[in-house]
Design a protein around this ligand. Structure first.
Ligand SMILES: C[S@@+](CC[C@H](N)C(=O)[O-])C[C@H]1O[C@@H](n2cnc3c(N)ncnc32)[C@H](O)[C@@H]1O
Length: 317
């Protein structure tokens, strides 16, 4: 499966897990429903012409609504990134002054979706994180030449691709609400894919994630008539996700090793056993393919991570 990559970056992006998620997902007649859209990578690869997509992060939803309405286009993005990239490359303090300028203008309430993409692509380690007042608070990646022509082409191509996939309203509807308002919209013909912030792990998206949130999610998924898939973590080398026993064990579970390349916290940048939990028959898929990761690959990943940590220590502000 060739995975379509969205123009937004974020920690926790499911790019590598999309083929697995889609292998598990049954085909349904109704809508693809994603209450925790994030970058949108799963929705864009779902193949559904009817979708209900939601995130509490207003910048994500604003951006994709703009793309849907053809207000945000690939040529406009190209012009914008060429202009801002040029200023960045010449700005004082190795570009940092301009990164700060864009971040300040975004946080002062302009919230331009173009600046959102600039920050997403020029921020440190592909992270997306907001402070308590909703302000973007990721430092600069420290690459003044971040927006080289090839990189701009890559981003604008990604935008052009997703703009062809996103269907006009009402076939694809975007919401900026809580998952609590979205899951009850599902009918028995729909499929819900949930990828909430992971409980018990360092979560740094637009909102946090509490045990109460996990409990509410369980209540809603437990009573939905739709089919659902929930992404969560099962365990890592040190601990287990206690929510599996508390809530999710009554459903079907498949697991897989996964390595997260980005994240603000060291534990988040290690191999984790991912779980997909579902309320339908999953006989067609391997139950547990974790442990199949070759030892050599694990060692390579550890070396990669050590190098990353080393460069992080040198680059962080
Ligand atoms: C793990 S990320 C989703 C990642 C996505 N599957 C991807 O591959 O890019 C979780 C998302 O849930 C959103 N979120 C957090 N709390 C939420 C809530 N209460 N209701 C809806 N969305 C929420 C965050 O803003 C974040 O974008």
């Amino acid at each position: 499966m060739r995975v379509i990559i969205p123009p937004i970056k974020s920690q926790g992006i499911k790019t590598k897990l999309v083929p697995w998620i889609m292998e598990l997902a049954p085909k349904v007649k109704g809508n693809w429903i994603e209450p925790f859209l994030g970058t949108g990578v799963v929705a864009f690869n779902s193949g559904y012409k009817k979708a209900i997509l939601n995130d509490t992060n207003p910048h994500i939803i604003n951006f994709y609504k703009g793309v849907q309405q053809k207000i945000i286009t690939a040529p406009l993005m190209k012009n914008y990134l060429e202009q801002e990239g040029e200023i960045l490359s010449k700005a004082d303090n190795n570009g940092y002054e301009h990164y700060l300028k864009v971040r300040t203008r975004f946080n002062s309430g302009e919230y331009s979706p173009y600046d959102f993409i600039f920050l997403s692509r020029a921020g440190f380690n592909g992270m997306m994180r907001f402070g308590s007042k909703g302000n973007w608070n990721i430092p600069f990646c420290k690459k003044p030449d971040r927006f080289a022509q090839a990189y701009i082409t890559k981003i604008t191509n990604q935008l052009a691709t997703v703009s062809q996939i996103i269907q006009p309203e009402p076939d694809w509807t975007f919401y900026n609400k809580s998952f609590v308002d979205i899951i009850p919209l599902a009918t028995e013909n729909d499929i819900i894919y949930c990828d909430p912030p992971y409980y018990g792990r360092y979560v740094d998206y637009y909102n946090g994630w509490s045990e109460q949130d996990e409990g509410l999610l369980f209540e809603l998924l437990n009573k939905t008539k739709a089919k659902f898939i929930l992404s969560t973590w099962h365990h890592n080398d040190w601990r287990e996700n206690e929510m599996i026993n508390k809530y999710w064990n009554k459903f079907n579970i498949v697991t897989k090793d996964h390595f997260y390349h980005n994240g603000g916290n060291i534990e988040n940048r290690r191999t984790v056993v991912e779980a997909l939990i579902c309320n339908f028959d999953n006989d067609h898929i391997d139950k547990h393919n974790h442990g199949k990761l070759a030892k050599r690959r694990v060692e390579q990943l550890e070396i990669f991570e050590l190098c990353e940590e080393h460069s992080t220590a040198h680059n962080s502000v």
